[in-house]
Design a protein around this ligand. Structure first.
Ligand code: ATP
Length: 233
């Protein structure tokens, strides 16, 4: 593993009873890239991300995230990660702006809350209580909360599900600007166009293993594209 590697996964396995959710998955993410894990429902994307975030234990395999095994990650390690959680219901009485400002207080060098609300397209909702947001708006808010602390490495699990086309495009712009600032991003998606538009490199997963890994352009030029399209449809 080179010093430029942010995430390294080798021969990762996770079963739920008889179901092999992750079955020998291998990938590595370089610092500063947007790396996409593309696959259909049930491919093992969420399970993999949860293992990388340290929320789920693996059965076997090697995993390193920012040089640390997630199963041994401490608070300091966790503070370097951007993890998107669903905002809790007891926070739902706050307004969007209040909740983002509240989260900003947890970090030494937070992003400007107002700019962040604008960047996720919620300026018009800044004064709205969180419980009154639509599902897509709430997801965007959750993403804002995940990046307010300027993480080195951001995990996004199907972040644009429920977004309208304009919100997706502006969200992609936000991720590109985060990448340009030096943030490493690992993003799962089942949208082929999202991987094509955003990713520097893309791993196509199916049945818990990587079946193709390359730049989207290179993948697009091969039979893998047809396979991906078929899965995604
Ligand atoms: P989706 O896009 O639908 O979220 P995914 O690629 O994220 O899918 P996972 O959620 O990791 O895939 O699920 C991989 C497989 O493991 C699926 O067959 C799923 O039904 C199964 N699975 C996931 N979580 C559990 C669980 N807690 N108990 C049992 N089976 C599970």
């Amino acid at each position: 593993m080179s010093p430029t590697t942010a995430v390294h996964v080798r021969d990762l396995h996770k079963r739920y009873g008889p179901k092999r959710a992750v079955d020998g998955l291998e990938l590595s993410v370089e610092h500063g890239e947007i790396f996409s894990v593309l696959g259909p429902n049930g491919a093992g994307k969420t399970t993999t991300v949860e293992i990388l975030e340290g929320y789920r234990h693996r059965d076997r395999g090697e995993v390193s995230v920012l040089g640390t095994d997630p199963q041994r990650g401490d608070r300091r390690w966790r503070s370097r990660l951007g993890i998107v959680l669903q905002s809790a219901d007891d926070q739902a009485e706050l307004t969007v702006a209040e909740l983002v400002r509240h989260f900003a207080t947890f970090y030494p060098e937070p992003r400007d809350p107002e700019e962040l609300v604008a960047a996720v397209g919620l300026t018009e909702k800044a004064g709205t209580r969180v419980r009154q947001l639509s599902g897509g708006q709430r997801r965007r808010l959750d993403v804002a909360l995940g990046i307010v602390g300027r993480p080195e490495l951001l995990f996004l699990d199907e972040p644009t599900t429920g977004f309208d086309p304009e919100a997706r495009r502006s969200f992609w712009d936000l991720l590109r600007s985060l990448r340009d600032e030096g943030t490493t991003i690992l993003l799962t998606t089942h949208y082929l166009d999202e991987a094509e538009q955003l990713a520097d490199r893309c791993a196509v997963v199916r049945d818990g293993r990587v079946v193709a890994l390359d730049t989207p352009a290179a993948l697009g030029g091969r039979a893998a594209r047809q396979v991906m399209v078929r899965w995604v449809e």
